[in-house]
Design a protein around this ligand. Sequence first.
Ligand SMILES: Cc1cc2nc3c(=O)[nH]c(=O)nc-3n(C[C@H](O)[C@H](O)[C@H](O)COP(=O)(O)OP(=O)(O)OC[C@H]3O[C@@H](n4cnc5c(N)ncnc54)[C@H](O)[C@@H]3O)c2cc1C
Ligand code: SF4
Ligand code: SF4
Ligand code: SF4
Length: 411
Amino acid sequence: MEQRNKNIEAPGCVNDCTSCQMCAAVCPVGCISFNEDAEGFYRPLVDAETCIDCGLCQSVCYKYDRDATPSGPPAGAMLYGAWAKDPEVVSATTSGGIADLLAKALVGNGYICCGASYDGRTGRAVHVIADTVGATGRFRGSKYIQSFTADAFREVADRLRKGGRVAVFGLPCQIYAWHRYAVKKRCRDRLLLVDLYCHGCPSMLVWDKCLTEMASSAGADRMAVRDVNFRSKRKGWGAFVLEARIDVDGVSRKISDKDFYNLFFSDDLLNKACYDCTARSNLEACDIRLGDFWGREYVGNGKGVSAVTICTSSGRDAYKLIADAIEAEEKDFASFLPYQSYGKVYKTDWAVRKHVFAELADPSVPLAVSVRTIYSARPLKKRVIWRLKQWLGFLPPAMIKSIKRLYYRFS
Ligand SMILES: Cc1cc2nc3c(=O)[nH]c(=O)nc-3n(C[C@H](O)[C@H](O)[C@H](O)COP(=O)(O)OP(=O)(O)OC[C@H]3O[C@@H](n4cnc5c(N)ncnc54)[C@H](O)[C@@H]3O)c2cc1C
Ligand code: SF4
Ligand code: SF4
Ligand code: SF4
């Protein structure tokens, strides 16, 4: 068979695959499909028979980009602490509800929007298209797993080809690929790119086991799990509380889990690209980047504040559309960036990582055992900090707030 040199299976990669799925979205002959690999991350597969070696997939792909480097905020970038005036919006979203307001306003101004929804039937996050204000409701809330984007991204590319205006909401690696594509196709002025400050994405094996364990705690099958809320604000904005609803014998009840976040924040089970990701550590591709305004600035706020970074004039225009619906305060990057993974490279113990992936693949090993495997391999100081955080989680929200205030005062 003739050797293909320009597709995303060609040699010469300098970075790991982010699972953004833009390669599949832009392929003119549709010969790239996606499967979850043995570690639970989306990976592309090229059908060599149909590939015409046009190189378009490689031209948007992070794996081949030698120039991708971290950098500080661009000149003129502005940072705001902001939240929706409508308390319903704040309580139903992850930080201050700015992504939700933006999506609604953009649809109202002639854009179609593309963002992440959660599909309870498959237990997967999936990007979908919204062209009505009501349909943007599915984007609400962060889904802390990789999103299946290929189909929706293909439709976005199609709408752009037809001259439409599109806003894409996604992770920095996805938005990086969209920026490259749009510059190449000279349609960047019709694409509004909103991304997120990003800690990384954990393995879907963690998520699958979490779903199974939550369901079996209620004596049900994982198919009975509904309405997953990855960041319930029941205990306040800063508490990472994962909740879902489960229907058993016609009765609906709430279930929750704590092991998912223990494993997520251990950083041992992230996609390999997340360890030294440069997309999260620069602001060159997006028009707006959103996050939780962690750090001392809003430590007393239990409801939620978004960090809104405006990077371009298009981002500024979009932000103006929601000006009447928000409270906002201009802030200094120094009060925010040190509390983010922006610019940071994570370390992992690769032997422990491999061992835990074997545990995850074994249905008889509960997630709690994998949590112990990871944390018992840590140095004493890290084990103590982790244990303290666990205990903190049992305290009432008001007491947690006071402890955080004290921490920031003396740190
Ligand atoms: C995997 C992941 C890691 C994150 N890490 C950080 C972090 O380290 N620091 C930080 O400050 N913020 C992080 N965030 C962002 C944060 O959780 C909020 O999304 C952000 O503060 C915006 O909140 P909001 O209230 O404005 O809107 P929300 O209503 O919460 O909007 C969520 C937006 O994110 C999009 N989205 C949701 N899930 C996904 C997904 N899986 N993939 C792609 N897009 C998605 C939706 O389309 C929607 O537009 C992360 C988000 C995700 C999904
Ligand atoms: S980084 Fe994105 S574009 Fe490149 S191979 Fe992976 S999924 Fe495809
Ligand atoms: S046809 Fe082009 S875009 Fe599709 S896989 Fe081959 S090189 Fe990539
Ligand atoms: S850390 Fe980078 S590669 Fe990982 S999900 Fe975030 S943006 Fe994508």
